[in-house]
Design a protein around this ligand. Structure first.
Ligand code: KG4
Ligand code: ZN
Length: 338
């Protein structure tokens, strides 16, 4: 089975071709980062319009790179939600219509299931069951995963998502959008300077996160300290350590609670090197293992949608003819298929 995957939930147009036997055949990506940078964040209407401009050329590119003709395709998968409704509808309209015109089945994929399954694109893919830490610009959650679609959300952010906290704190430091990777780069030059950032919600039981207090703590610290590069780097480091530490504590709890030995981290923030190395240490100390996608598949991409879509098409899932986006879509309402 060979599937075309389409991702347009936010500010990246991602297209890919995935083959059940040969694996990932191609992927093409256009990031709108520059388009939104002047506004300090994603402008939904601009995002939708840019997806309209890029989606067809990228589909042509991905099919050509995969040496795939229309008749070689067995289905089309597109991100149906969650995300920005206008952006989602571009992928849904194009994906659903192409499937209709080409007489192929279509399937609407859950964006976070895409992220969750992204490590399956790697050679060293995890087996089930595992705990997944999903940390992106829009979501932070810990999920007990026993198979595809067998998800129990153990905890999630009650306010800002992890990536959002990175982006907002970076903005306070005068860094351009998207601030997460820029803040991480600045933090690498930081020294331990005695800042005592809180580790939110770690002093009580439970697996929910809260990151908005950290952003406020960062704002107050920035305001109280001198405005030079080294001080900012030190604050960035203290902030990053607080976020990472908090996640390590929650992951340890989730592993204790489930008894699982495998941890998957995915979503944009899983590109963070401090997070990766700290979780690798945690898993080593527990005799387990951490899995994550390669850097380019941590952030939004079409490959993860093609992969997840192929699994669901194989299980017989079909999207009806109506074009639908689902901006809000709880992960644990998905059908179990493995
Ligand atoms: O998964 P993603 O591409 O989009 C959403 O589905 O939201 O995640 C984007 C988020 C942004 O908030 C970005 O700042 C953050 O991931 N991010 C990082 C790093 N790379 C991307 N945050 C911290 N450190 C990084 N290295
Ligand atoms: Zn995402």
């Amino acid at each position: 089975m060979r599937v075309l995957g389409i991702e347009t939930s936010c500010d990246e147009t991602g297209i890919a071709v995935y083959d059940e036997e040969q694996g990932l055949l191609s992927h093409a990506l256009y990031s709108q980062v520059k388009l939104h940078a002047d506004y300090g964040g994603v402008v939904p209407e601009l995002a939708s319009r840019d997806h309209v401009r890029k989606i067809v050329p990228l589909i042509r590119e991905a099919l050509a790179k995969a040496d795939t003709r229309i008749e070689d395709l067995d289905g089309i998968a597109y991100t149906k939600g969650p995300g920005l409704i206008g952006a989602l509808l571009v992928g849904a309209c194009v994906g659903r219509s192409l499937a209709f015109a080409w007489n192929k089945p279509a399937v609407g994929v859950h964006h976070m299931e895409g992220h969750l399954l992204a490590p399956m694109l790697e050679e060293d893919a995890p087996e089930f069951p595992f705990v997944a830490l999903l940390v992106s610009g829009g979501h932070s959650m810990l999920v007990k995963v026993e198979g595809i679609g067998r998800y129990e959300v153990l905890g999630e952010s009650i306010d800002d998502a992890a990536g959002e906290a990175f982006d907002k704190t970076a903005k306070l430091m005068g860094l351009d959008y998207p601030g997460g990777p820029r803040l991480a780069k600045l933090a690498a030059k930081g020294e331990m300077a005695g800042y005592k950032f809180p580790r939110p919600m770690t002093d009580r039981p439970g697996l929910d996160f809260s990151f908005s207090g950290l952003k406020t703590y960062a704002a107050n610290t920035i305001a109280a300290e001198p405005d030079d590069e080294q001080t900012r780097a030190n604050i960035a480091r203290a902030f990053e350590e607080a976020v990472v530490d908090t996640m390590v504590i929650k992951c340890r709890r989730a592993l204790e609670q489930t008894g699982f030995k495998r941890l998957v981290i995915a979503g944009g923030v899983s590109a963070n090197t401090r997070l990766r190395s700290s979780l690798a240490e945690l898993m080593q100390s527990r005799g387990g293992k951490v899995f994550y996608p390669r850097g380019e598949f941590c952030t939004d991409n079409g490959a993860m949608i093609a992969y997840a879509g192929l699994q669901r098409l194989k299980a017989g899932e079909r999207e009806p003819l109506a074009v639908k986006g689902q901006p809000r879509w709880p992960l644990d309402t998905l059908e179990a298929i493995s």
